[in-house]
Design a binder for this molecule. Sequence first.
Ligand SMILES: [Zn+2]
Length: 319
Amino acid sequence: MARPPFPRNVREFQHQFATEEACQLYLAACRWPEGFRCPRCGHQRAYAIVTHRRWECAACRYQVSLTAGTILHNTKTPLTLWFWAAYLMTTDKRGVSALLLQRQLGLRRYETAWMMLHKLRRAMVNAAREPLHGDVEVDDTWIGGPQPGIKGSRQLKDRLAVPILVAVERRDDRSGRIRMVVLPNFTAMTMVAIFKEHIAPGSTVYTDGLGGFAGLHAAGYRHIALKQPRRSALRKGATSVVPLADRAIGNLQHWLIGTYHGVSRAQLQVYLDEFVFRHTRRKPPMAAFQTLLGLGTGHTPTPYRRIRGGRDILKPADG
Ligand SMILES: [Zn+2]
């Protein structure tokens, strides 16, 4: 069985993935691009058990789940709806809110749309991704508006806004890959740990003169800290010392406001991941679609009770 061609437009999509059976056939084709092969006895013929989303080996009766290892595992939601949601997420440049998805798919419950989107978002981080390298601009910023009574750029206590770190690869004055990470605090230890996870040692890191960027030299980075012009000067056209990071931050803020109208602290990292996924996606739509459904990424499914409040985000395995 060859991997089926990916639909070129909405009408083809509707035609190709019109039924639960058709979606299951697609999952089977992704799982066995060379055709079915029983993992127990090696036999090459199987029967589909559509009600259980499994295939059963015609020789030894061994049953293989079509959704195991994907975000679709154990979901009661029809696969046709999942496929639509993943399609809308990959084809809409700005992203889809739960309310819009609920309307577009005609879902009765808002929670269903919300849960589907969050599962799809969790599939957006490739756990095996390579760290950034070469020339990398790094800057930090706050997500969330100003607040009366809060002074100083490093005060965390009682603050509603959330600090994030943004890193952008410089490729001939253009942005390469991007990382965005919620900062739990500003200690040098935290910073170095985040750097080590996302930027390869030996890279040249550009920051503005401020910030808790001490300790980067010792951690193996070439650190170039430049003095950032004042905000008023920047507004009048002075050049930022980290222009690509600044632009990424501007785009992020614009996107968060335009698409999601503010995001809770617990969920922010997931939205940062979505932004980065959209920014760095140079893949054809089929690859993005498959990534979102978790086909071939080895993602373990996230139960709903753990998604609520973002409790699973802190798990190192999700990084
Ligand atoms: Zn078998």
